[in-house]
Design a protein around this ligand. Structure first.
Ligand code: HEC
Length: 193
Protein backbone atom coordinates (compact mmCIF):
# COMPACT_ATOMS: atom_id res chain seq x y z
CA UNK A 1 0.00 0.00 0.00
CA UNK A 2 2.76 2.37 1.00
CA UNK A 3 4.69 1.53 -2.12
CA UNK A 4 1.70 2.27 -4.32
CA UNK A 5 1.31 5.71 -2.87
CA UNK A 6 4.95 6.51 -3.45
CA UNK A 7 4.60 5.45 -7.05
CA UNK A 8 1.62 7.70 -7.60
CA UNK A 9 3.45 10.59 -6.03
CA UNK A 10 6.49 10.02 -8.19
CA UNK A 11 4.46 9.87 -11.37
CA UNK A 12 2.54 13.02 -10.59
CA UNK A 13 5.70 14.90 -9.62
CA UNK A 14 7.34 13.89 -12.87
CA UNK A 15 4.38 14.99 -14.89
CA UNK A 16 4.43 18.42 -13.24
CA UNK A 17 8.06 19.12 -14.15
CA UNK A 18 7.50 19.68 -17.88
CA UNK A 19 4.47 21.82 -17.04
CA UNK A 20 6.56 24.06 -14.83
CA UNK A 21 9.25 24.27 -17.44
CA UNK A 22 6.62 25.38 -19.90
CA UNK A 23 5.11 28.17 -17.81
CA UNK A 24 8.50 29.62 -16.99
CA UNK A 25 9.02 30.18 -20.70
CA UNK A 26 6.40 32.94 -20.62
CA UNK A 27 8.65 35.89 -19.93
CA UNK A 28 7.12 38.51 -17.69
CA UNK A 29 9.44 41.41 -16.96
CA UNK A 30 10.24 42.28 -13.35
CA UNK A 31 8.67 45.70 -13.98
CA UNK A 32 5.37 44.12 -15.01
CA UNK A 33 5.35 41.93 -11.92
CA UNK A 34 6.05 44.93 -9.72
CA UNK A 35 3.40 47.05 -11.45
CA UNK A 36 0.82 44.30 -11.00
CA UNK A 37 1.50 44.01 -7.31
CA UNK A 38 1.34 47.79 -6.81
CA UNK A 39 -1.98 47.90 -8.67
CA UNK A 40 -3.28 45.21 -6.35
CA UNK A 41 -2.19 47.15 -3.26
CA UNK A 42 -3.60 50.45 -4.57
CA UNK A 43 -6.88 48.87 -5.69
CA UNK A 44 -7.39 46.99 -2.42
CA UNK A 45 -6.67 50.11 -0.43
CA UNK A 46 -9.19 52.19 -2.39
CA UNK A 47 -11.82 49.49 -2.25
CA UNK A 48 -11.36 49.20 1.50
CA UNK A 49 -11.90 52.95 1.98
CA UNK A 50 -14.93 52.87 -0.32
CA UNK A 51 -16.58 49.86 1.27
CA UNK A 52 -16.02 50.82 4.91
CA UNK A 53 -17.17 54.43 4.40
CA UNK A 54 -20.24 53.33 2.39
CA UNK A 55 -21.14 50.98 5.20
CA UNK A 56 -20.57 53.39 8.06
CA UNK A 57 -21.81 56.64 6.53
CA UNK A 58 -23.50 55.98 3.18
CA UNK A 59 -22.58 57.29 -0.29
CA UNK A 60 -22.17 60.97 0.62
CA UNK A 61 -19.61 60.12 3.28
CA UNK A 62 -17.97 57.69 0.85
CA UNK A 63 -17.77 60.43 -1.78
CA UNK A 64 -15.97 62.69 0.67
CA UNK A 65 -13.60 59.88 1.57
CA UNK A 66 -12.80 59.13 -2.09
CA UNK A 67 -12.26 62.83 -2.63
CA UNK A 68 -9.90 63.15 0.32
CA UNK A 69 -8.09 59.84 0.21
CA UNK A 70 -7.62 58.72 -3.42
CA UNK A 71 -4.75 61.18 -3.98
CA UNK A 72 -2.88 60.57 -0.71
CA UNK A 73 -3.19 56.76 -1.06
CA UNK A 74 -1.61 56.95 -4.52
CA UNK A 75 1.10 59.25 -3.20
CA UNK A 76 1.92 57.00 -0.31
CA UNK A 77 2.39 53.98 -2.59
CA UNK A 78 4.40 56.12 -5.00
CA UNK A 79 6.73 57.30 -2.24
CA UNK A 80 7.36 53.84 -0.86
CA UNK A 81 7.86 52.21 -4.29
CA UNK A 82 9.51 54.85 -6.48
CA UNK A 83 6.76 54.47 -9.09
CA UNK A 84 4.35 57.08 -10.35
CA UNK A 85 0.88 55.65 -9.72
CA UNK A 86 -2.53 57.00 -10.74
CA UNK A 87 -5.98 56.27 -12.09
CA UNK A 88 -7.33 57.68 -15.29
CA UNK A 89 -10.30 57.31 -17.63
CA UNK A 90 -11.76 58.50 -20.93
CA UNK A 91 -14.40 60.19 -18.73
CA UNK A 92 -12.86 61.55 -15.53
CA UNK A 93 -14.44 62.82 -12.35
CA UNK A 94 -11.32 64.59 -11.08
CA UNK A 95 -9.63 66.60 -13.83
CA UNK A 96 -6.29 65.85 -12.20
CA UNK A 97 -6.83 62.27 -13.42
CA UNK A 98 -7.13 63.29 -17.08
CA UNK A 99 -5.23 60.96 -19.42
CA UNK A 100 -2.12 62.05 -21.27
CA UNK A 101 -1.69 61.07 -24.92
CA UNK A 102 -0.20 57.63 -24.25
CA UNK A 103 -2.94 56.86 -21.72
CA UNK A 104 -5.63 58.07 -24.09
CA UNK A 105 -4.32 55.74 -26.81
CA UNK A 106 -4.12 52.82 -24.40
CA UNK A 107 -7.64 53.43 -23.05
CA UNK A 108 -8.96 53.57 -26.62
CA UNK A 109 -7.18 50.28 -27.36
CA UNK A 110 -8.77 48.78 -24.22
CA UNK A 111 -12.23 49.72 -25.55
CA UNK A 112 -11.39 48.00 -28.85
CA UNK A 113 -10.08 44.90 -27.07
CA UNK A 114 -13.25 44.77 -24.96
CA UNK A 115 -15.41 45.07 -28.08
CA UNK A 116 -13.45 42.14 -29.53
CA UNK A 117 -14.48 40.05 -26.53
CA UNK A 118 -11.46 40.22 -24.23
CA UNK A 119 -12.01 39.76 -20.49
CA UNK A 120 -11.59 43.05 -18.58
CA UNK A 121 -10.31 41.35 -15.47
CA UNK A 122 -6.95 40.58 -17.03
CA UNK A 123 -6.72 43.43 -19.52
CA UNK A 124 -3.38 45.23 -19.27
CA UNK A 125 -0.78 46.87 -21.47
CA UNK A 126 2.87 47.66 -20.95
CA UNK A 127 5.41 49.50 -23.06
CA UNK A 128 8.80 51.08 -22.62
CA UNK A 129 8.73 54.55 -24.13
CA UNK A 130 11.42 57.11 -24.76
CA UNK A 131 10.86 60.49 -23.13
CA UNK A 132 13.66 62.89 -23.95
CA UNK A 133 16.83 61.01 -23.07
CA UNK A 134 15.04 58.75 -20.60
CA UNK A 135 13.48 55.33 -20.93
CA UNK A 136 10.20 55.07 -19.10
CA UNK A 137 8.38 51.83 -18.43
CA UNK A 138 4.63 52.42 -18.61
CA UNK A 139 1.87 50.08 -17.52
CA UNK A 140 -1.92 50.23 -17.52
CA UNK A 141 -4.56 47.88 -16.18
CA UNK A 142 -8.26 48.19 -17.00
CA UNK A 143 -10.75 48.85 -14.17
CA UNK A 144 -14.14 47.23 -14.77
CA UNK A 145 -17.37 48.87 -13.56
CA UNK A 146 -18.93 46.72 -10.84
CA UNK A 147 -22.38 46.94 -9.24
CA UNK A 148 -20.89 48.87 -6.33
CA UNK A 149 -19.65 51.64 -8.63
CA UNK A 150 -23.05 52.47 -10.14
CA UNK A 151 -24.19 54.46 -7.07
CA UNK A 152 -21.69 57.20 -8.00
CA UNK A 153 -20.79 56.48 -11.64
CA UNK A 154 -24.02 55.07 -13.10
CA UNK A 155 -26.70 56.57 -15.30
CA UNK A 156 -29.39 57.08 -12.69
CA UNK A 157 -27.74 58.75 -9.71
CA UNK A 158 -29.75 60.11 -6.77
CA UNK A 159 -30.17 63.88 -6.51
CA UNK A 160 -28.17 64.33 -3.33
CA UNK A 161 -25.25 62.34 -4.72
CA UNK A 162 -25.35 64.37 -7.95
CA UNK A 163 -25.38 67.58 -5.92
CA UNK A 164 -22.41 66.47 -3.83
CA UNK A 165 -20.46 65.33 -6.90
CA UNK A 166 -21.10 68.65 -8.66
CA UNK A 167 -19.97 70.61 -5.63
CA UNK A 168 -16.68 68.70 -5.42
CA UNK A 169 -16.18 68.24 -9.19
CA UNK A 170 -17.97 70.91 -11.25
CA UNK A 171 -16.69 69.34 -14.48
CA UNK A 172 -17.48 65.73 -13.62
CA UNK A 173 -17.78 63.46 -16.65
CA UNK A 174 -17.70 60.11 -14.84
CA UNK A 175 -21.37 59.12 -14.95
CA UNK A 176 -23.46 56.96 -17.27
CA UNK A 177 -21.39 53.81 -16.76
CA UNK A 178 -23.01 50.38 -16.77
CA UNK A 179 -21.84 47.23 -15.03
CA UNK A 180 -19.21 45.61 -17.25
CA UNK A 181 -18.08 48.88 -18.86
CA UNK A 182 -14.46 49.96 -18.60
CA UNK A 183 -14.61 52.60 -15.86
CA UNK A 184 -10.97 53.54 -16.39
CA UNK A 185 -7.53 52.17 -15.69
CA UNK A 186 -4.67 52.16 -13.27
CA UNK A 187 -1.66 53.85 -14.81
CA UNK A 188 1.86 53.34 -13.54
CA UNK A 189 5.24 54.50 -14.73
CA UNK A 190 8.84 54.34 -13.72
CA UNK A 191 12.05 55.71 -15.20
CA UNK A 192 14.21 52.69 -15.95
CA UNK A 193 17.20 54.28 -17.62
C1 HEC B 1 -19.25 56.93 -3.14
C2 HEC B 1 -19.10 57.30 -4.53
C3 HEC B 1 -18.21 56.49 -5.39
C4 HEC B 1 -18.31 55.15 -5.65
C5 HEC B 1 -19.32 54.17 -5.09
C6 HEC B 1 -17.26 54.84 -6.60
N1 HEC B 1 -16.55 55.97 -6.92
FE1 HEC B 1 -15.07 56.11 -8.28
N2 HEC B 1 -14.80 58.04 -7.82
C7 HEC B 1 -15.50 58.72 -6.85
C8 HEC B 1 -14.88 60.01 -6.63
C9 HEC B 1 -15.32 61.07 -5.64
C10 HEC B 1 -13.77 60.06 -7.50
C11 HEC B 1 -12.75 61.18 -7.64
C12 HEC B 1 -11.57 60.87 -6.75
C13 HEC B 1 -10.45 61.87 -6.88
O1 HEC B 1 -10.69 63.05 -6.54
O2 HEC B 1 -9.37 61.49 -7.34
C14 HEC B 1 -13.76 58.81 -8.22
C15 HEC B 1 -12.80 58.50 -9.16
C16 HEC B 1 -12.70 57.29 -9.79
C17 HEC B 1 -11.68 56.96 -10.77
C18 HEC B 1 -10.52 57.85 -11.23
C19 HEC B 1 -10.76 58.53 -12.51
C20 HEC B 1 -11.70 59.72 -12.39
O3 HEC B 1 -12.81 59.60 -12.90
O4 HEC B 1 -11.31 60.73 -11.77
C21 HEC B 1 -11.90 55.68 -11.15
C22 HEC B 1 -11.11 54.87 -12.15
C23 HEC B 1 -13.03 55.21 -10.38
N3 HEC B 1 -13.51 56.22 -9.57
C24 HEC B 1 -13.52 53.93 -10.44
C25 HEC B 1 -14.51 53.45 -9.59
C26 HEC B 1 -14.89 52.06 -9.54
C27 HEC B 1 -14.30 50.95 -10.40
C28 HEC B 1 -15.86 51.95 -8.57
C29 HEC B 1 -16.52 50.69 -8.09
C30 HEC B 1 -15.66 49.66 -7.56
C31 HEC B 1 -16.08 53.29 -8.04
N4 HEC B 1 -15.25 54.16 -8.68
C32 HEC B 1 -17.03 53.59 -7.08
C33 HEC B 1 -16.64 58.29 -6.21
C34 HEC B 1 -17.08 56.99 -6.19
Amino acid sequence: MKLMRFKVLLVSTLSIIPLLANTSEIVTSPETLEARSLVKAFGNNLKHVLKTSMKSGGPIKALEQCNMQAGPIAQEIALSSGWDIARTSLKVRNEKNSPDEWEMTTLTQFEKRKAAGENLKTMEYAETVKEGDKLVYRYMKAIPTAGLCITCHGGDISQDITKKVKSLYPNDQATGFMVGDIRGAFSLQKIIN
